[in-house]
Design a protein around this ligand. Structure first.
Ligand code: AMP
Ligand code: GLY
Length: 439
């Protein structure tokens, strides 16, 4: 069923979800709230979404308004993108109405909403993760840092839109970070408590799983590129690009990740009465000596990873999401197209600092895509807005240009070839997305 879908959110992740869901013969209409110009354009033209899309000016965190919208629009399935809405209890509000909802309850979303909650859970369940402690008192945090033999990472406990983590290169830097969070309240209440953990080394990869409360099914792997500049230099961002699959994770490592990381976490959530239904995202560190370890849990699709992963999915996504939402995941797993996909994020002037908005985006056709391209080159919109005929920047990460190819070089060439046709004042992006896949 699920022929009328409400998709909550407005980023590149949501555009990728909308693009994929509209390919389903089971999807008759999709309402995006608030959506973006790229999602809206899926409803125009000749594609599978033609005539099936509307956007509603309702914010992703306006829980009551979203419920009212769903009733008005006769929605029968809700898919939620952003964690902020889940943390506000959007899933619980729809559950009360008996509406199938893809995403965890507020209680289960705490796995992302509180780093201490996630760390305590992993400790109890024996899930490999960095040694840690948590503090709300600065003097105690300082004393703990002094006792650590190596470098540490300081994390604000609550949601900080990916900004609340300081990977410190010295104890002095770690203490300054803890002081600014606990005493200076640089992240407000989200930093009223901090987790301080051992600094791990290794290569990172992202593993996402659909969960139905008891079971899970892994999606294809991906690697994010968090630093703003080439060579992983500069400050961290929400993600400057991703590619899928990660060459670091073969079938036997995938099994190990499923058995030692996802299975005990999903079981522990169920055992504590917070069954996880929705998308569970593990940010993993592949350590040379201790195997795969969890750096963070997220309670929703990763961004930009989703923009790289979904174009490789051969199955219809909609039955998978519905099955997870209803607690009925079937055995087996989705199939993935061979080859590689690469998503390069095009960012606005100033990102990840103070972002300038309102720059005119040149090079895209009226449907927000590159003219003359097929489904192997897609432009996902994240921070764009329409003003009359013009498309303007309106956020830090503006577009995600995703290309598929039989191998890394061809996918990269296709993505960067597309980017050469797009420009705006202050546009910047990494030139090396996926290159670490060569080593
Ligand atoms: P997070 O917001 O938790 O994903 O952290 C942002 C980034 O900080 C991660 O992608 C890692 O690169 C880094 N990081 C977080 N925790 C650790 C850790 N325990 N050891 C080393 N690096 C870490
Ligand atoms: N790409 C990292 C995240 O979605 O949190």
């Amino acid at each position: 069923m699920a022929n009328r879908i409400l998709l909550v959110g407005s980023g590149g992740r949501e555009h990728a979800l909308a693009w994929k869901l509209l390919q389903s013969p089971l999807c008759h209409h999709l309402v995006a709230a608030p959506g973006n110009p790229g999602i809206e354009a899926l409803g125009r033209g000749q594609g599978p979404g033609a005539g099936k899309v509307s956007v509603a000016a309702v914010g992703a965190e306006a829980v009551n308004d979203l419920v009212a919208l769903a009733e008005r629009e006769r929605i029968n399935f809700v898919v939620c993108g952003p964690e902020s809405a889940l943390a506000k209890g959007l899933g619980d509000a729809f559950a009360k109405k008996g509406m199938p909802f893809f995403g965890p309850s507020q209680a289960a979303a705490e796995i992302e909403g509180s780093k201490k909650f996630a760390k305590d859970l992993m400790k109890r369940a024996g899930v490999p993760s960095a040694a840690y402690d948590s503090f709300s008192d600065f003097a105690a945090a300082e004393a703990f840092i002094d006792r650590q033999p190596g470098d540490v990472v300081v994390k604000a406990d609550g949601l900080c839109a990916g900004k609340g983590v300081v990977v410190a290169n010295s104890h002095q830097e770690a203490k300054a970070a803890a002081r600014s969070m606990l005493v200076g309240r640089s992240f407000g209440d989200a930093g009223a408590r901090v987790v301080i953990e051992e600094r791990l080394t290794g290569r990172e990869c992202s593993m996402m799983a659909l969960c139905d409360g008891e079971r899970f099914v892994l999606l294809a792997t991906a690697e994010d590129h968090k630093a703003v500049f080439d060579g992983d230099r500069g400050p961290n961002t929400g993600g400057m690009g991703a590619y899928s699959p990660s060459p670091l994770v073969d079938a036997s490592l995938t099994r190990r990740i499923a058995q030692t990381i996802f299975a005990p976490t999903v079981a522990a959530m169920a055992a504590m009465g917070r069954p996880f239904r929705g998308l569970l995202y593990g940010g993993l560190m592949l350590t040379p000596d201790r195997g795969p370890m969890v750096i963070e849990w997220n309670c929703r699709f990763g961004d930009p990873e989703t923009q790289a992963v979904l174009p490789r999915m051969e199955d219809d996504l909609l039955p998978w999401l519905l099955a997870a939402a209803k607690g009925e995941l079937p055995p087996g797993s989705p199939t993935w197209s061979p080859g590689i996909s690469v998503c390069v994020v095009l960012a606005a002037a100033g990102y990840p600092g103070k972002v300038r908005s309102g720059d005119a985006i040149d090079g895209l056709a009226q449907d927000g895509q590159l003219a003359g391209e097929g489904t192997d080159l897609v432009v996902f919109h994240a921070g764009s807005k329409r003003e009359g005929e013009r498309l303007l920047t309106s956020g830090g990460r503006v577009l995600g240009v995703t290309a598929r190819g039989p191998d890394l070089n061809s996918a990269r060439a296709r993505a960067y070839g597309g980017i050469d046709r797009i420009r705006w004042d202050g546009m910047h992006y990494r030139k090396d997305i996926g290159l670490r896949g060569r080593t």
